[in-house]
Design a protein around this ligand. Structure first.
Ligand code: BGC
Length: 661
């Protein structure tokens, strides 16, 4: 259906609907559906939670459980993200759902955020690329993506009420680009307004965010859905309607957009019917593009779409080799007689409804790491005493309990639980070949034990096939290629959000983003802080050489794209993937700018000895910043540096660039 056809259909429906019917549509019914209007052939729009798969509590279906979003981000793979989106869309469709509440694109401002695992990254550019890809994939299956939580929902502590005081520059440069890309590049049909306030107004009634930015600047014409129950703490029916909220969810908790609320507001002249129509347009648009105004199709092939292979590939690509002293990994299957597999995370099942909150998926199958290792090593003896083993693998990490990686509550410590630290240290003291596999969805501190162990693999919450992926990576059947989408700090004091109570978790109901744009590596670079592991870091079992960086112009007028080319060669002995990162630096900026910012990346698969030319592109806007005084984007002429890195702290090539006026 073309845009014009959709718009015509929306107008036609509007003209057919009676006022009573219109008033009923703006609030949902039950937990995960809207009302329908049978008389005009409009079926209810049904929803399911995401972003890690079709969530059980909202679909009552088993579905494929994919790696957690932070792991998807660690792949830096747009094509994979799109494929994942396609799978989410197809499974949502098969479950009879027209909308999936995914992706989540809030920025990792602090690793303490309980929902870090549900989001991608600390970097707006990486966020934008992945967000657009996932949305494109979902929507290719006729299902609406609902990108959440708009905006500045960067902590779970007081999430319903806290007022995020964030300057416009930080909003524009850091917190909004993921949403913007989901809407402008991905064409997202829905956006979920957050619980929290942003600069004084709740997300559901925030005129700046909803009217000026989302609809005005980005041209959004779909549905703004309240987060579940978020409109309850808004000021009034009129404030939500005027700001442009299209749908209050869920029906059972509605307080502003029930028919009786709207009728009362109409009678009091707080709102007029044209406003109701205007807001209905957005909702009807989403209902029409997802086919709610047509006969229900029978779900494709019953409910048996399973993406086992994709879940496995995504898990494998997502895992990050953080440390590998003396190339202990990959382990050699044939040289190991005894292995000690320790730690309760070895039995991690990656399953269960509502584990960690609304993203819990209940898959039909799940492979624990220990199970996969036993299958993988039929002739190896599994021992409990690390002293008797040729190699000891300790599985450690977090879980989805309160205070760890969990919706509604923030983490309470950056450290691993004491008993795990104890186990790692004891094991390392008993066996010089100790490997730690981490299963968690947000950065953890490692200083108390990192030096004692030889290898660390960050496996995130790898989804239903995680066990197999871990076994394949540990034994070299696959080569780790993921890179960190977030900085792993040494200690919380190194995270600027933790400068004071005022900056986190907030005082008197306000949390002040005093660090502005200096989030993640931007801060570490500016303050010259050595992180535990930097943004973009990840090792491989092979090695890569970078050379021949060439810009299509060294003196650029910024009118067309600037081509950036370099060669990458696999100089080691195994096939592998390298994630090439492009950073931009302005040499003498007139305002404070981060020492470098990610503005390009590519994931390249190479056979041993293989070489590839990587083509990246820069646009004038990639050199820009948001001028808070003038309230507009600016790109200043002058001297820049283009650097190419294997991580944000491992820059391999540099070229100077002059931008002409
Ligand atoms: C969460 C959303 C979720 C919604 C529906 C809310 O509490 O913040 O992410 O989509 O519930 O389950």
């Amino acid at each position: 259906m073309s845009n014009d056809d959709v718009a015509d259909r929306v107008e036609q429906l509007l003209s057919e609907l009676a006022l009573d019917e219109k008033l009923r549509l703006l609030a949902g019914r039950g937990l995960f559906r809207t009302h329908g209007v049978k008389r005009v052939g409009l079926r209810p729009m049904r929803m399911t939670d995401g972003p890690h798969g079709v969530a059980w509590h909202s679909s009552f279906r088993r579905a494929t459980r994919f790696p957690a979003a932070i792991g998807i981000a660690a792949t830096w793979d747009r094509a994979l993200a799109e494929e994942l989106g396609e799978a989410l869309g197809a499974e949502a469709r098969a479950a009879g759902r027209q909308m999936i509440l995914a992706p989540g694109v809030n920025i990792c401002r602090t690793p303490m955020n309980g929902r870090t695992f549900e989001y991608f990254t600390e970097d707006p550019y990486l966020n934008a690329g992945l967000a657009a890809a996932v949305v494109t994939g979902i929507q290719s299956k006729g299902v609406a993506a609902c990108v959440k939580h708009f905006a500045a929902n960067n902590q779970e502590t007081d999430r319903m009420s806290v007022d995020a005081k964030v300057g416009e520059r930080a909003l524009r440069e850091i917190y909004l680009p993921g949403f913007e890309a989901a809407v402008r590049d991905g064409g997202a049909h829905a956006v979920m307004a957050c619980y929290n306030k942003v600069n004084g107004e709740h997300g559901v009634e925030n005129r700046f965010l909803l009217r000026q930015v989302l609809r005005g600047e980005w041209g959004f014409d779909g549905t703004v859905v309240s987060d579940w129950g978020a409109a309850r703490s808004s000021q009034s029916t009129a404030s939500c309607l005027t700001a442009g909220l299209n749908l209050e969810m869920p029906g059972v908790m509605a307080k502003r957009f029930r028919a009786k609320d709207l009728r009362k507001a109409l009678e009091a002249d707080d709102i007029v019917e044209e406003q109701i129509d205007a807001n209905l347009r957005g909702l009807l648009h989403t209902m029409v593009v997802t086919g709610c105004d047509r006969q229900q199709e029978s779900p494709p092939s019953g409910y048996d779409i399973e993406y086992v292979e994709l879940a496995l590939r995504a898990a494998r690509e997502s895992m990050v080799l953080l440390k590998n002293d003396g190339a202990l990994l990959p382990l050699n299957k044939l040289a190991i007689r005894r292995i000690a597999v320790l730690g309760k995370h070895a039995g991690k099942t990656f399953t269960g409804p509502l584990k960690g909150g609304s993203s819990g998926v209940w898959p039909k199958r799940t492979v624990t790491p220990e199970h996969a290792l036993r299958e993988f090593l039929p002739d190896v003896e599994f021992v409990d005493d690390a002293r008797e083993a040729d190699v000891a693998v300790v599985f450690a990490g977090l879980g989805h309990g309160r205070g760890q990686d969990c919706e509604h509550f923030d983490r309470t410590s950056l450290e691993l639980p004491d008993e795990q630290v104890g186990l790692i240290r004891r094991t390392a003291a008993r066996n010089p070949n100790t490997v730690v596999v981490l299963i968690n969805g947000s950065p953890v501190a490692m200083d108390p034990w990192l030096a004692d162990v030889r290898s660390v693999l960050e496996a995130w919450y790898g989804g239903q096939e995680a066990g197999t992926a871990i076994a394949q990576l540990l034994f070299g059947d696959a080569n780790p290629g993921g890179k960190l989408p977030v900085t792993f700090p040494r200690r919380l004091e190194d995270v600027p959000a933790h400068a004071s109570e005022r900056t986190y978790p907030g005082v008197a109901g306000e949390v002040h983003y005093d660090e502005g744009i200096m989030v993640g590596y931007r801060y570490c670079d500016t303050a010259d802080i050595e992180p535990l592991f930097p943004f973009g870091h990840g090792l491989s079992y092979t090695t890569f050489a970078y050379r021949d960086l060439r810009l299509s112009a060294s003196d650029w007028d910024g009118s067309g794209p600037l081509g950036v080319e370099l060669a990458v060669e696999n100089t080691g002995g195994r096939p592998g993937a390298e994630i090439v990162q492009l950073y931009v630096t302005q040499r003498a900026p007139r305002v404070v700018r981060p020492p470098k910012e990610l503005k390009g990346f590519a994931r390249v698969d190479l056979q041993p000895g293989g070489e590839r030319t990587v083509h990246l592109e820069l646009h004038r806007a990639d050199l820009g910043y948001y001028d808070e005084a003038e309230r507009r984007w600016r790109t200043d002429p002058g001297e820049y540096e283009i650097s190419i890195g294997a991580s944000s702290r491992d820059i391999r090539l540099r070229e100077a660039l002059t931008l002409r006026a």
